[in-house]
Write a new protein. Sequence first.
Length: 237
Amino acid sequence: MWRIALLVLVLVGAVAAALTLLPLREWLGALVGWVHDLGAAGVALYALVYVVAIVLAVPGSILTMAAGFAWGPLWGFLLVSPVSVVGATLAFLLGRTAFRARVARRVARSPRLQAVDRAVEEQGGTLVFLLRLSPVMPFNFLNYAVGLTRIGVGRFALASWLGMMPGTLLYAYLGSTLPALGDAVAPGSEADTLKHALFWGGLVTTVVATVFVTRVAHRALSARVDLPVEVAERDAG
């Protein structure tokens, strides 16, 4: 479960390096200004790009961070949360219809995916909720794979919406901290010490809380899903 913390650390490190070596703050400021000038059209354009990215199985973490940066942690979260569910549900329906044969072949080659699909068949929305919290299966492929089961569209959408909330909030918050990250890595006076401490403290607290929730979900999921032994041992590490 510490893969989440490692991913966040890599992202923060990469952004900190970019802020130090490149005029990234100016570029990002110009981008946010352009998005805000578009108004409702900017929100609609972002939502369309996000949905298409999910359908194409493109990781949404960077897009979620972009929303947090452009609209702040709260409004970024409130935007991404429903949009991500729309994208996930569209992929779910495609996995059940147009891409069903292709997805079924992929699942047939993976003992892990077969075990997850069997569990979703038996436990429905509860399993989807736990899968969203715990990265046992790749987020975007989960949308397609669960389409092979008999779970209803409404239950899938609700479980996905609830289960994706912690991750969405984490990445929206990370995106919103980019300006503060720039200040934190830049030389400053002693008067900035408290501000930097609050920034890093908030970041660490958010990451630790997300890792804790993910770990609890993983344990609950392991008790419900009969994963192959080698998969369960690898995920526990």
